[in-house]
Write a protein that binds this ligand. Sequence first.
Ligand SMILES: Cc1cc2nc3c(=O)[nH]c(=O)nc-3n(C[C@H](O)[C@H](O)[C@H](O)COP(=O)(O)OP(=O)(O)OC[C@H]3O[C@@H](n4cnc5c(N)ncnc54)[C@H](O)[C@@H]3O)c2cc1C
Length: 403
Amino acid sequence: MRQVDVCVVGAGPVGGSLACLLAERGIATAVVDRAALPPMEHPDFDGRAYAIAAGSRRVLESAGLWARLPFPAGPIRDIRVSDGKVGRPASRLFLHFDSAEANAEAFGWMVEARSLRMALNARMAELPQLSVHAPADVQVNRTAEGCVVRIAGGETFAARLVIAAEGRQSALREQAGIRVTRLPYGQTGIVCAIAHELPHNGTALEHFLPAGPFAQLPMAPTEGAPHLSAIVWTERDVQARRLVAMDDAGFTREAARRLGDHLGQIRLLGRRWHYPLGALIAHRWIDTRLALVGDAAHGIHPIAGQGLNLGFRDVAALSELLVEAVTLGEDPGNSALLRRYQAARRPDTMLMLAATDGLDRLFSTNNPLIRAARDIGIASVHRMPRLKRMFMQKAMGASPAAM
Ligand SMILES: Cc1cc2nc3c(=O)[nH]c(=O)nc-3n(C[C@H](O)[C@H](O)[C@H](O)COP(=O)(O)OP(=O)(O)OC[C@H]3O[C@@H](n4cnc5c(N)ncnc54)[C@H](O)[C@@H]3O)c2cc1C
């Protein structure tokens, strides 16, 4: 039976990047996804994008993915945070984060989802240490001695470690009997892209509204859209259903009311997407020869655009431990290594989960007392450069230790 060091189940952005990074470092790796890979490559602009922090960019560079992005990433140079009510101008107490103040080229980069998919597919196909199985159903048997991976209708191979990267509905997590705590928000995330009349100048806007945040994120231009932004818009479920059912003209009008007029006329580009929002945390991230990464281990509110960035931090931590173990001739599935991975990643993730949950509760309210307290809070962040710097470093993906 063929033997690999690591089998990654799930070739989404987290699993795919981890598989590429491990294979790039000479670790014999297999990656399996139940979906077919070519259809994941969206030939047309589809309106979805990720905000990739500086730390995540380094992960993508090490995996050989950043250089293979077929479309340029749009830098986020400034972030403006404001609050208000729909149809009314933003409050005067707003926060402005400038990447120059943080001595950084950018806080992060907007990367189209299809661009990352295409880079992943291209990179996975060219790494000799990586075998790719998709579309494929997989069955995994794990024991203290090792794992046997059976691809339905195909090969059976042995692996020393299996990594669950199948997203929020992870089957491997469930089979391992790992419990999860879920926190539904009763909110829906609406995602789309807009072309606009005026340039965004690399500025992102996070506009806090009583039903949830409305974010405009600057993207690099595409053919026919010299000024382009992604929109991540949170609404209560009932209102979101109404918005999603609207025709393009009505939907665009509602988006413009929340955005304000600083970008001039706006036009919808690509599709609109919507996702029920909820947080999720797995009680354990490890089991016998099993590690959970990305959304299989945690899911957070998109309020700060950090969900995938957390997954990339899992990739960085776990790949470092695995490369070290394989280089030293150790077993990459050993339980001490897995415990070190869990200890390295869980506290940071819990902090981010609590922070995004708290931000959502603090801002998605009409309570006048909370609104007043929050505006005072925002004003005081302005007066505290160290606190402001900490927020900026967090946005760039620095770990708490680095701050
Ligand atoms: C509205 C919204 C906006 C967001 N915006 C941002 C943002 O700007 N920045 C950011 O960092 N994050 C953002 N996120 C979060 C981000 O989308 C997720 O964190 C990210 O997609 C998780 O990646 P993943 O690879 O862990 O899981 P997934 O993307 O869910 O990928 C899982 C993969 O596993 C495969 N799979 C599933 N089950 C099986 C199985 N049984 N066997 C084999 N394969 C399987 C699937 O086909 C898929 O390819 C946002 C989320 C939402 C809802």
